[in-house]
Design a protein around this ligand. Structure first.
Ligand code: GUN
Length: 294
């Protein structure tokens, strides 16, 4: 393994230590306790595990969290009225609806219903628009976490060619928008590849930084990257593994072992981007609570 391991786990710990001090100060000086509501509809195992991670992280740094767990057949109407209630709850500074939602619920309609001032995921079209034009807003957590991981490991973003593989609303699209801005920690040249790209390797071989956000194991292989590349692996895939007690292990979207020999730096899975996503959610919740200082 020649590459430097970019540990999101370690960086997340450092950042959460700082946040713990921040929530303490908010409580002591202003009697404000940041509050986050996490809504989960259904029992998708990956979503349950994400939500559990978010709850623990909140408790750890002094954020009040409220879990709203509802059955998979919850009606859209009921979900909308729950969001409305939380929009008006002064204890709640952030509302997160865990995605994906069951098919009978219109995701866009739900995202529009969240008060943009409490949209700590940064998914409300109003906040997406603000991000696009370079205004301060709640930045979506995974792209923001990736940006922080690069910045705090002194990996140059400005003037770098960053090739993002994946065009989702959660990761690919917002990451492209954030890193191309004419502002600090951005100014990159961006290429976005996706399922209809003819030859992904043609583009990734030209990259200084490759971001893999595809959702399929081993999609980015050794011959698709150049010597010295920086690789950010956003994938979280469960693959069967009978040697594990739970029957599976987590792997990313890149061939970690082989690319690790060629890259200058690479994120592990788990322990790379994942902990940074949760950290930026905590950051947004504190940011929202701080708007109540007077
Ligand atoms: N599902 C997968 N990642 C996320 C995320 O960052 N936020 C929400 N709300 N749902 C997700």
């Amino acid at each position: 393994m020649g590459a430097k391991i970019l540990s999101g786990k370690q960086l997340a710990q450092e950042m959460r230590e700082e946040m713990k001090q921040e929530t303490l100060a908010l409580k002591e000086k202003y009697n404000i306790i940041p509050g986050l509501a996490v809504i989960l509809v259904g029992e998708d195992p990956a979503s349950v595990s994400y939500v559990t991670g978010k709850r623990k992280a909140c408790a750890n740094i002094g954020i009040y969290s409220r879990e709203e767990n509802h059955p998979a057949d919850m009606s859209e109407e009921k979900l909308l009225s729950l969001i409305k209630k939380l929009n008006n709850d002064p204890k709640i500074h952030g509302i997160l609806v865990q995605l994906p939602l069951p098919d009978h619920i219109d995701e866009t309609k739900i995202l529009y219903a969240i008060n943009p001032d409490k949209d700590v995921d940064g998914f409300h079209p109003f906040n997406v628009g603000k991000m696009m034009i370079g205004e301060d807003t709640f930045y979506p957590c995974t792209p923001h976490g990736i940006q922080q991981l690069l910045v705090r490991n002194d990996i140059p973003i400005a003037s770098s060619h960053i090739v993002i593989v994946g065009r989702s609303n959660l990761v690919g699209k917002p990451l492209a928008a954030m890193l191309m801005q004419k502002k600090e920690h951005a100014n990159a040249t961006i290429t976005v590849c996706h399922t209809r790209t003819k030859d992904i390797g043609y583009f990734t071989r030209q990259a200084d930084i490759v971001v893999a956000a595809i959702g399929r194991p081993n999609t980015i292989t050794e011959e698709m990257v150049s010597e010295g590349v920086v690789v950010i692996d956003v994938g979280v895939n469960r693959v069967e593994d009978s040697s594990k007690e739970r029957g599976y292990r987590l792997v990313g979207d890149v061939d970690f072992e082989k690319i690790g020999q060629k890259a200058s730096a690479i994120t592990p899975v788990p322990g790379g981007v994942g902990p940074m996503t949760i950290t930026m959610l905590l950051h947004n919740t504190i940011k929202s609570a701080k708007r109540h200082i007077r």
